[in-house]
Design a protein around this ligand. Structure first.
Ligand code: G1P
Length: 173
């Protein structure tokens, strides 16, 4: 019985109506590079990035909350959460101004700043909706923190051209 329940819960991760297309990132060149590898299947569409090692549970799924923000504002959306200042070195950190409840407009983003350098304590936690223009920037950014092509650096470049919002999601990470 336990195994049957476990099996069903694993099946629910990818429901029957979902098709999967897999792309291999053959070299570990960074998250930005990994996203760029998906260009052939995404092409000119807005898309979501879900970092599977960030598990977030919400009464309304976090990505659903963010899709709703995208539907209203038609721009890129980052999932963010406040973290202790001592932990900024583990995250992309945004500087932002208040728009409405749970919604900020992003003005800057930096990858893994030291606590004393962090522009705020608002951290990106593994959920992104991005416009396809990000691919242009990912193809052009230089390796950043850790020598990797950082998604954060691509987003920083995108910010010069497009509005970007941060959604303070409701849920438990
Ligand atoms: C990645 C991103 C970072 C983000 C984090 C979320 O870092 O580079 O900007 O805040 O995921 O968990 P990683 O955890 O892969 O080092």
């Amino acid at each position: 019985e336990f195994r049957r329940v476990l099996f069903r819960s694993v099946q629910e991760v990818v429901p029957k109506h979902i098709n999967c297309i897999y792309i291999r990132q053959a070299e570990p060149l960074g998250l930005g590079h990994a996203v760029l590898c998906a260009l052939p299947v995404i092409q000119n569409e807005p898309f979501a990035v879900i970092l599977a090692d960030d598990l977030i549970e919400g009464e309304i799924a976090i990505m659903k909350q963010m899709v709703d923000v995208f539907a209203r504002h038609q721009c890129s959306v980052l999932g963010v959460q406040n973290v202790p200042r001592s932990q900024t070195r583990q995250y992309g950190i945004v500087s932002a101004s208040h728009v409405e409840a749970n919604l900020e407009q992003v003005h800057g983003i930096v990858e893994k700043p030291r606590p004393e350098d962090a522009p705020s304590t608002l951290a990106v936690v593994g959920r992104y909706i991005l416009t396809p223009r990000i691919f242009y920037h990912l193809a052009h950014v230089k390796p950043g923190a850790g020598g990797e092509i950082q998604l954060t650096d691509g987003i920083a470049a995108l910010l010069h051209e497009e509005k970007l919002l941060a959604h303070r999601f409701e849920g438990t990470r």
